[in-house]
Design a protein around this ligand. Structure first.
Ligand code: HBI
Length: 101
């Protein structure tokens, strides 16, 4: 059973991410992206989906046309874990920084 990040590890690891914000009322993080069009957005989502499948760790996300909103949390731990950090790092590594909002 995976456990939630303890506060010290949590602060250090969250500080290394880009553009992620805490979700109100829930132990989760969220980042919003805007792409040039749906094709760019879905290409990005496809890369995240392949990583999620490899990790067996899946995002909660919302897409309309060129907008993608991703929320990360670990259901089985009912909060943020190292798996969320790993997936967020991957997402940051493939996200076009200038298009992030
Ligand atoms: N994705 N975000 C998230 N949280 C989980 O706890 C989780 C998951 N994907 C798959 C998964 N757990 C499986 O390990 C279990 O549901 C079997």
């Amino acid at each position: 059973m995976i456990t939630r990040l303890a506060s010290e590890a949590r602060a250090t690891q969250l500080a290394q991410l880009h553009g992620w914000q805490a979700v109100a009322g829930r132990d989760a993080i969220q980042r919003h992206f805007v792409f040039a069009d749906f094709n760019e957005a879905f290409g990005f989502m496809t890369r995240v989906a392949i990583k999620a499948q490899e990790m067996d760790h899946h995002p909660q996300w919302f897409n309309v046309y060129n907008r993608v909103e991703i929320t990360l949390s670990t259901h089985e731990a009912d909060g943020l874990t190292g798996r969320d950090i790993e997936l967020a790092r991957f997402i940051d590594s493939i996200a076009p920084a200038l298009l992030s909002v």
